[in-house]
Design a protein around this ligand. Structure first.
Ligand code: HEC
Ligand code: CU
Length: 322
């Protein structure tokens, strides 16, 4: 798979058709642009007004010429229509066995829910299997766009919209919101992780195969494992690690490392201790207490994170104190 001049590498079964039709229209446009511009320049020069020369008698019309410049383009347009329509129907008709994922868009993040109850901030998919997205918006118009798959569909408040595709190769790709949806619209992108489906393999980026990932994401708290390790897994599954580091470095949000038990100055001027309640409230209602020196960029995880998961995250904070 390789990126081309115009497009990222083709990574869905739709991509070859979409690109072929695009190039067909593109080269037809280039051909006629060149032909018409060249003829126009040629005629402008050839029939320019010259002093002392009478302009020639203007011809009436030429039936053959006029028929051919009407019928030929009509054929080309019909070819484009037929080709585009066939592709459109295919893209609108998900196969019955498609794997269903629910998508919720909200200013300015994505949430994906899987049939097992797993939830993630990034879109995880099996390679080589048809996937259907059932999408809704919590607030305004958004649009889900994955260039590598050549698919884009509006996400509309108050109704479901759908989209399906079949990804080809394992790897990571970018998913964008393609509908201007407010101040931080440009932040509304996430990663699509396409997992290998072979249980014995991880892919090149060391992602587990899809079923292993799904098991972890569905039930991140494993019996017999220290709670803080489950907490770490939860911060990965829910995408906390996009904004928070665990090594002391500052990202969009404060690092998790060493923060438990310290005091934190809030934008309201108050000082709080980073304890169980502060962490819990930061996760469920982040904007109620914004740490000084940071923007209120954290989305609420109310309804996404379970109470036991919060306990595990708190255990992880305590573990990172040492
Ligand atoms: C989009 C970026 C983003 C994501 C995703 C995110 N956070 Fe935050 N978080 C922030 C920012 C920015 C702050 C600081 C401003 C504030 O307090 O709201 C913050 C603050 C916090 C605080 C308070 C920390 C302190 O030291 O004051 C906690 C605890 C926290 N986040 C936990 C989480 C957890 C757990 C997750 C995942 C479930 C998460 N965050 C996901 C951006 C994010
Ligand atoms: Cu958006």
């Amino acid at each position: 798979m390789q990126d081309s001049f115009f497009f990222p590498a083709q990574n869905s079964t739709f991509a070859p058709t979409v690109d072929a039709l695009y190039y067909f229209i593109f080269w037809i446009s280039v051909f006629f642009l060149t032909l018409i511009t060249a003829l126009m320049v040629f005629f402008v020069v050839k029939y320019r007004r010259i002093d002392g020369v009478e302009p020639p008698e203007s011809p009436g019309h030429n039936t053959l010429l006029e028929l051919s410049w009407s019928i030929l383009p009509a054929f080309i347009v019909l070819i484009i229509f037929g080709w585009g329509f066939a592709g459109y129907v295919d893209m609108r008709s998900p196969p019955d066995e498609a794997y269903e994922i629910n998508v919720t868009a909200s200013m300015w993040s994505w949430q994906f829910r899987y049939p097992t109850g797993a939830i993630s901030k990034e879109l995880h998919l099996p390679a080589g299997k048809p996937v259907k997205l059932i999408m809704q918006s919590k607030d305004v118009l958004h649009s889900l766009f994955v260039p590598a798959f050549r698919v884009k569909q509006d996400v509309v408040p108050g109704r479901y919209t759908g989209l399906w595709f079949e990804a080809l190769e394992p790897g990571t790709f970018t998913l964008f919101c393609a509908e201007y949806c407010g101040q931080q619209h440009s932040d509304m992108h996430t990663t699509v992780v396409i997992h290998n489906t072979d249980p014995s393999k991880t892919d090149l980026n060391n992602h587990p195969n899809f079923d292993t990932w799904l098991d972890d994401a569905s039930d991140p708290i494993k019996d017999g494992e220290p709670l803080h390790e489950s907490g770490k897994r939860i911060t990965e599954i829910l995408g906390c690690v996009q904004c928070h580091s665990n090594d002391g470095s500052k990202k969009v949000g404060p690092t998790f490392k060493g923060s438990f038990g310290t005091t934190r100055k809030l934008q309201s001027g108050k000082t709080v201790t980073v304890d169980e309640n502060y962490i819990r409230q930061s996760i469920l209602d982040p904007n109620s207490q914004v740490a000084q020196g940071f923007d209120p960029k954290m989305p609420s995880f109310k309804g996404t994170i379970k109470d036991e998961w919060i306990d595990a995250v708190i255990a992880y904070f305590k573990h990172l104190k040492k």
